[in-house]
Design a protein around this ligand. Structure first.
Ligand code: UGA
Length: 436
């Protein structure tokens, strides 16, 4: 099928995986530089496996990137994958969705063929029906359901595992306004395993599923972080607690890793937007507020741990291992590590950092205010304190004989017993014997 994707960010780029199954993908973006990179088979983001898929697709002429909406004329399906950032008050900013819908509608105006417009961007409930649909109809003069189809198909991929999540999703949620759109989308997704559950629903339920799911996951992270705080007070190891409760199959083991708080381009933004939308609709969701409040306190708690370990941080040399919001990505958006570094700088510390992928992005934020090291070993050399803030695998193999200072382990990467053997004072999130 001929698929046009508006927006070449994480979600948009990952749709290129359909090319592996024979579909033709045209990515429409605004940034000329990005477009040339994609056409050269180079993904503009770091995402394992995506480079190979792009390269194969470009060579086979199954993927291309362009900067104009004309490609829609020759398509079967158009995916809207533009950004939905937060406004100052946390509510969702739909300006890109509106512009993009109007531009798609300009193409629909002259088209005879029935195509399906699919919202894949994360949008608050009722956006597709109350905002996208009227724009498409009013600008094109065409009728939704008769002249074109409309659907909402949320994406559940995780950064770092995007390709795998795209090809082997747990479910496919197809919110549609009409049966014809459902049939066309079914045909598109037929290339994936037929046993993947498909949820046929209306567009607003599809939007709600996405927010409910991200909020549920974020709530688990805030929950275990709160338990970690309490564990620290009672000399209990949160890892043992998380492991034990996770064995109950009503709870399950995933998303129970205590840490410096969740970050990234999704959870913080989505829970805030969901909260704002609920409030706007007359609800006061206490749980959503609590998820955000617990999370907002996490980076400051990491800094307090550092203060407990070495006292005043002014003039101290602090080695920060990890800046990305999680491992296997170069993404530092809303990363708790960034808040930690900013706070350390405010307190007058000398900060030196190392991250396997996120150094370039960090330079854009911190410029010359911090020192960038080439390896974890160089980073920890002669430091007064070492803070591990991202769960990169390589930090598990940190040579402790090189560490001559207390460790603040926000991701529980280091074995506290090993630290003890090396005579290193150790403080970990939810660890029972934190130094005081
Ligand atoms: C998240 C969801 O997991 C995806 O299903 C969803 O599609 C995506 O948002 C989105 O809405 O686009 P992502 O933001 O890539 O994916 O990352 P996650 O793996 O969910 O991690 C989010 C944050 O929670 C990270 O900062 C991570 O370190 C933190 N986390 C996660 C913990 O602190 N503890 C855990 O046990 C799990």
């Amino acid at each position: 099928m001929k698929v046009v994707v508006i927006g070449a960010g994480y979600v948009g780029l990952t749709i290129a995986c359909f090319a592996e199954f024979g579909h033709n993908i045209t990515l429409v973006g605004r940034d000329k530089n990005k477009i040339s990179m994609i056409n050269a088979g180079k993904p503009p983001i770091y995402e394992p496996g995506l480079g190979e898929i792009l390269m194969r697709g470009i060579k086979a002429k199954k993927i291309k990137a362009v900067d104009d909406y004309g490609a829609i004329n020759n398509s079967d399906i158009v995916f809207i994958c533009v950004g939905t950032p937060s406004n100052e008050d946390g509510s969702i900013d739909l300006s890109q969705i509106k512009t993009c819908s109007a531009q798609i509608a300009e193409q629909l105006k002259h088209m005879e063929k029935f195509i399906v417009v699919v919202v894949k961007s994360t949008v608050v409930p009722q956006t597709t029906i109350n905002i996208v649909k009227p724009i498409l109809e009013n600008v094109s003069g065409k009728k939704c359901g008769a002249d074109f189809g409309l659907a909402m198909n949320p994406e559940f991929l995780k950064e770092g595992d995007a390709v795998e999540d795209f090809i082997h999703p747990d479910k496919i949620v197809l919110g549609v306004t009409d049966d014809r759109s459902y049939e066309i989308l079914e045909k598109l997704y037929d290339c994936l395993d037929k046993n993947i559950p498909r949820i046929k629903t209306d567009v607003t339920t599809a939007e709600m599923i996405k927010y409910a799911q991200n909020s549920a996951l974020a709530s688990r992270v805030s929950f275990i972080n709160e338990i970690a705080n309490i564990c620290e007070k009672f000399s209990v190891d949160v890892k043992t607690v998380a492991y034990a409760i996770g064995l109950d199959n009503r709870i399950g083991p995933k998303f129970l890793r205590a840490g410096p708080g969740f970050g990234g381009s999704c959870f913080p933004k989505d829970v805030k937007a969901f909260l704002a939308a609920a409030k706007n609709a007359g609800e006061d969701p206490l749980m959503l507020k609590a998820i955000l409040n617990v999370n907002a306190s996490r980076p400051y708690r990491m800094v307090e741990m550092a203060e407990k370990a070495v006292g005043n941080l002014g003039g101290k040399n602090i080695a920060v291992l990890g800046l990305a919001f999680k491992n296997n990505t170069d993404d530092i958006r809303e990363s708790p590590a960034i808040t930690v570094v900013k706070e350390l700088l405010k307190k007058g510390a000398n900060v030196r950092v190392y991250d396997p992928q996120a150094m370039d992005n960090a330079r854009k934020v911190f410029g010359s205010t911090i020192t960038y090291e080439n390896s974890k070993e160089e980073c920890v050399k002669d430091a007064d304190i070492c803070m591990i803030l991202t769960e990169w695998d390589e930090f598990k193999s940190l040579d402790l004989s090189l560490v001559k200072c207390p460790i603040i382990d926000a991701r529980r990467m280091v074995d506290p017993e090993d630290a003890k053997k090396h005579g290193i004072p150790y403080m970990g999130v939810g660890w029972k014997n934190n130094i005081r």
